[in-house]
Design a protein around this ligand. Structure first.
Ligand code: ADP
Length: 395
C-alpha cells in the first residue's frame, strides 16, 4: 500500500518537516525558524520561493502554513498515512517509540519538568497535527528512549539516593535516535547483525554526545540529566567541576546567569570568544587566531578522553563512528582526536580522512589500526519515519 509518512521535529524556536514514501524515499522537507518572533521565516527545501507566515507565527501556524504549501506545490501527494514526532525527553516512562493517545500526551507533559524548553514545543506539534489530521496514527519517538538500557552503575550519579527516588535525578542521555541509527548502520556496513555489534558512536553537531553500544544496546553515554554534561559543545561547557557553579554565584552571578553561561555562552564559543561554529573556527585558526585553535584542541582532547572512557563499558569494539555536522565534515577534528588515541590502537588513513571516507564506504582507519573507524551521516528523520510506519502498521 502507498504510504506517506510525515516527520515532525519541533525545536524551541524551529519546526522541521520531512515526508517519506513507503520505500524510504524522501519526498520533501521544510523548515520554519525564529518562531514566536516578528521575523519568523519558513521555506521548503530546494525551493527558493518564500512561504508566507503570520507575524510572530507559533509552531501550530507554521505547521499549517508548511503543510498547505507542500500541498499547493504538489510535494505532498494526499494525506499522510502516519505521523512521527521527535520528542526530546521520555523520562523513565518511555523505553521505545509509542502510538500517541491521551495517556501518552499526559506522560509527555509529566516529563516536561526535565526538558522545559523542548517537551512543551513537541506537544505543540502533536496538538497541531492531531487537529489537522485527527484520524491518522501519530507516533512519538524519544531522544532518551534508546538509553533506557543503561545499568544503574552507568545512570546513577554518586548523590544521596533520595535525589533519584524523589526527584528523578539520573543520567538519561540524549541523541538516542542518532546513536540507534549508528548502531544499525555500522553493523550493516561491517556486514554484521546489530545484535552482535559493539561500537562507540560520537555524535558531534551543535550538541555533542558519545555513546558506548554493546551488542546493539546503549550501555553508557556522556549526556546526563540534561544535555549539558559530557563533551565540549558549540555553546555548552560539557563537564566542569560542579563547584564552579557555587563559586561563580559567590562572585556575584545569579543562578540563572550561571545556567545561561554554561548552556549558551561556553563551549567552543566561550573558549574562542568568536563563534560556536566549527567550520568558522577552523578558518580562524588557519588565520592564526590562537583562541580558536585552542577551542579546537580542547574539543578534541575531551572527545578523545571520552572515547577511552567509553571503552571501559565494552568487552570488544567493532568500530568507532563519527557523525553529526562536525563528525561527518571536519577531517581536522577526527585527525586531532585520533592522534590522542594511538596508545589504544586507533590509526587513521590520512588520505581517506581527508576525503571523508568517500572512497571506502566511510572507513578511515588504516591497516595498522586495531579498530575500524567509520564516518556515517546521521539520519534521524529516517529513524522516526521507520518507527512511525512500523507502529502505524500494527495499530
Ligand atoms: P545540529 O546539532 O544543529 O543538527 P549539525 O549536526 O548540523 O548541527 O552540526 C553543526 C556543526 O557542524 C557546526 O559547528 C558546523 O560548523 C559543523 N560543520 C559543518 N560542516 C563542516 C565542515 N565542512 N567543517 C567543519 N565543521 C563543519
Amino acid at each position: 500500500m502507498k504510504q506517506i509518512i510525515l516527520v515532525v521535529n519541533c525545536g524551541s524556536s524551529s519546526l522541521k518537516l520531512a515526508l517519506f514514501d513507503e520505500n524510504e524515499n524522501k519526498l520533501a522537507s521544510a523548515l520554519a525558524e525564529r518562531l514566536n518572533r516578528n521575523d519568523a521565516f519558513a521555506k521548503i527545501d530546494d525551493d527558493n520561493r518564500t512561504v508566507v507566515l503570520p507575524n510572530g507565527a507559533n509552531h501550530k501556524q507554521a505547521l499549517q502554513a508548511l503543510v498547505s504549501t507542500l500541498r499547493e506545490r504538489h510535494l505532498m501527494p494526499g494525506t499522510p498515512t502516519s505521523i512521527g514526532h521527535r520528542v526530546v525527553h521520555g523520562g523513565e516512562t518511555f523505553r521505545e517509540a509509542i502510538l500517541i493517545d491521551n495517556d501518552v500526551v499526559k506522560a509527555i507533559e509529566d516529563c516536561a519538568s526535565l526538558a522545559p524548553l523542548h517537551n512543551p514545543v513537541a506537544l505543540a506539534g502533536i496538538e497541531a497535527t492531531l487537529e489537522q489530521f485527527p484520524d491518522i496514527p501519530q507516533i512519538a519517538v524519544f531522544d532518551t528512549a534508546y538509553h533506557q538500557t543503561l545499568a544503574p552503575r552507568a545512570y546513577l550519579y554518586a548523590l544521596p539516593e533520595s535525589y533519584y527516588r524523589d526527584w528523578s535525578v539520573r543520567r538519561y542521555g540524549f541523541h538516542g535516535i542518532s546513536h540507534f541509527f549508528m548502531a544499525n548502520e555500522a553493523a550493516r556496513r561491517l556486514d554484521k547483525s546489530p545484535a552482535t555489534t559493539s561500537i562507540i558512536s560520537a555524535h558531534l553537531g551543535n550538541g555533542c554526545s558519545i555513546t558506548a553500544i554493546k551488542d546493539g544496546l546503549s550501555v553508557d553515554t556522556s549526556m546526563g540529566l540534561t544535555p549539558l554534561e559530557g563533551l565540549v559543545m558549540g555553546t555548552r561547557s560539557g563537564d566542569i567541576d560542579p563547584s564552579i557553579f557555587s563559586y561563580l554565584c559567590s562572585r556575584g552571578m545569579s543562578l540563572s546567569e550561571v545556567d545561561r553561561a554554561l548552556n549558551h555562552e561556553s563551549g567552543l564559543l566561550g573558549i574562542s570568544g568568536q563563534t560556536n561554529d566549527m567550520r568558522s573556527l577552523c578558518e580562524l585558526a588557519d588565520q592564526g587566531h590562537e583562541p580558536s585553535a585552542l577551542a579546537i584542541e580542547i574539543f578534541c582532547f575531551r572527545l578523545a578522553k571520552y572515547v577511552g572512557a567509553m571503552m571501559a563499558s565494552l568487552s570488544c569494539l567493532d568500530a568507532l563512528v563519527f557523525t553529526g555536522g562536525i563528525g561527518e565534515n571536519s577531517s581536522r577534528v577526527r585527525e586531532k582526536t585520533l592522534s590522542h588515541l594511538a596508545l589504544l590502537g586507533f590509526n587513521m588513513d590520512a588520505d581517506m580522512n581527508a576525503h571523508h571516507g568517500r572512497y571506502s564506504d566511510g572507513r578511515i582507519d588504516d591497516a595498522a589500526s586495531r579498530f575500524p573507524v567509520l564516518i556515517i551521516p546521521t539520519n534521524e528523520e529516517l529513524v522516526i519515519a521507520r518507527e512511525a510506519a512500523r507502529l502505524a502498521a500494527i495499530s
